[in-house]
Design a protein around this ligand. Structure first.
Ligand SMILES: [Zn+2]
Length: 188
């Protein structure tokens, strides 16, 4: 394919579907469908490099599939994670694709799964045998000792553009468990 991920980004960067900009943050690439960040350590001030390095993480897909006459033109190319690529409509109707993107994005922005996050975190705490009273007693103090952004950037891997909830909840539960243990050995 003659166009790079940067070329595709550059083509779409100021375009909208209805009232929604397709791209949210130029320097932190995410899937243009579900909006999940491609969270790796390659972000730089250089926007060309940043987008070139999404190669393999964001897939170049044809809005109108090649098999149905879609061309290798920038207006027919789009960047999605593997999962969204699979789920996206493959038709000759460009608008069907764009409206699918619009709804996908709206639902992932507006319907962020807080309940799922809480359930996953509860399960992780249980798995580490962290008691509720210890959680209440130590969590605030623990949170001050840890930089969550750094933790997730340095210690969480993203598979094919998808950040697994369990990566975050189990990592935090494990760190909290260590913290509580250290406090119990050395009481203040
Ligand atoms: Zn996606």
């Amino acid at each position: 394919m003659k166009y790079s991920n940067y070329d595709i980004f550059n083509h779409w960067k100021d375009k909208k579907i209805k009232d929604m900009y397709i791209l949210i943050d130029f320097n932190e690439p995410s899937c243009w469908g579900c909006g999940k960040p491609i969270n790796e350590n390659f972000f730089s001030e250089d926007v060309v490099l940043t987008w070139e390095k999404t190669k393999g993480k964001l897939e170049r897909c044809h809005i109108i599939p090649k098999a149905l006459g879609g061309k290798d033109e920038l207006d027919n190319l789009f960047l999605l994670c593997k999962k969204c690529h699979k789920l996206s409509p493959d038709t000759t109707d460009k608008n069907a694709f764009l409206i699918w993107v619009y709804n996908k994005r709206r639902s992932s922005l507006m319907g962020y799964d807080f309940k799922g996050t809480i359930d996953s975190f509860k399960l992780a705490l249980e798995s580490f045998d962290i008691k509720e009273e210890d959680f209440i007693k130590y969590y605030n103090e623990f949170e001050k000792t840890i930089n969550m952004n750094e933790l997730f950037t340095d210690q969480v891997n993203v598979h094919l553009g998808e950040l697994q909830l369990s990566s975050m909840t189990y990592l935090v539960a494990s760190k909290l468990n260590d913290f509580i243990k250290s406090k119990k050995i050395l009481p203040v």
